[in-house]
Design a binder for this molecule. Structure first.
Ligand code: PGA
Length: 251
């Protein structure tokens, strides 16, 4: 799976151009990799308009959701609203939301449950800061984030989720985790899932790596046993590099 987190980038027109360009540059056997683009909310429909016109096998994801279905929550958008327009994935718990918008593990858990209730697959982001890594407690830290996000789920619900391991120190910094560092944490996540929900469920959950992934480092990351794809920020804003990253999943 290769998902592009476009963050707060691109106008409506730029969204149309980038989506079209991704379709034009996509790998031939693109239906064998789950390609997902996650534009800002107001541009979800712009991406859909191109994808639907071309009947392209590319899914559209949102970058945030609120956990209530409707009501007096000014500025928020609910999971049923996203589902109604065809959104099939939603990023939650991204470190930027945790850091700038106060998203807590408990909020991530509520959002996750709301998404599953609307048949939207959550892409749950977890990852440690540099201070936590330096203190060598990153495995426990990340496992606790996963435990909190998945609290109260049964095995069939857990299996529908995607987890993205994104060390905070690697996001947008050009400093990627080594394949071994990323694998160590992704393996720990998969082991936790196996302990809690059984090995079949653990195998079904896709675990992505995110944080300064580019065409130069993607192969080493994807070669790791427990890394099933990538969540891409900066490099997803360029159609050629995003498509090359999707292509790397097919090797
Ligand atoms: P980056 O962002 O690829 O620009 O480091 C990744 C992310 O924030 O998901």
């Amino acid at each position: 799976m290769m998902a592009g987190n476009w963050k707060m980038n691109n106008t409506w027109a730029e969204t149309v151009v980038l989506t079209q360009s991704i379709i034009n540059n996509a790998p031939d056997d693109w239906d064998e990799v789950d390609m997902v683009v996650c534009p800002p909310l107001v541009n979800l429909k712009a991406a859909f308009s191109v994808i639907e016109f071309d009947k392209a096998p590319i899914a559209v994801g949102a970058q945030n959701v609120y956990w209530e279905d409707s009501g007096a929550f000014t500025g928020e958008v609910s999971a049923p609203m996203l589902a109604e327009i065809g959104v099939s994935y939603c990023i939650i718990g991204h470190s930027e939301r945790r850091e700038y918008f106060g998203e807590t593990d408990e909020m991530v858990n509520r959002k996750l449950k709301a998404l599953l209730a609307s048949n939207i697959a959550p892409i749950v982001c977890v990852g440690e800061s540099l201070a936590v890594r330096d203190s060598q407690t990153h495995i426990d830290f990340v496992r606790n984030q996963v435990r909190a996000a998945f609290a109260g789920l049964d095995a069939s619900e857990a299996a529908k989720c995607v987890i993205s391991y994104e060390p905070v120190w690697a996001i947008g910094t050009g400093r990627t985790a080594t394949p071994e560092q990323a694998q160590e944490v992704c393996f720990a996540i998969r082991s936790l899932l196996a302990d809690e929900w059984g090995s079949d469920t653990a195998e079904q959950v896709r675990i992505l790596y995110g944080g300064s992934v580019n065409v130069g480092n993607v192969d080493g990351l994807l070669a790791q046993q427990d890394i099933d794809g990538g969540l891409i920020g900066g490099a997803s804003l360029d159609a050629t590099s995003f498509c090359a990253l999707a292509q790397a999943c097919l090797k």
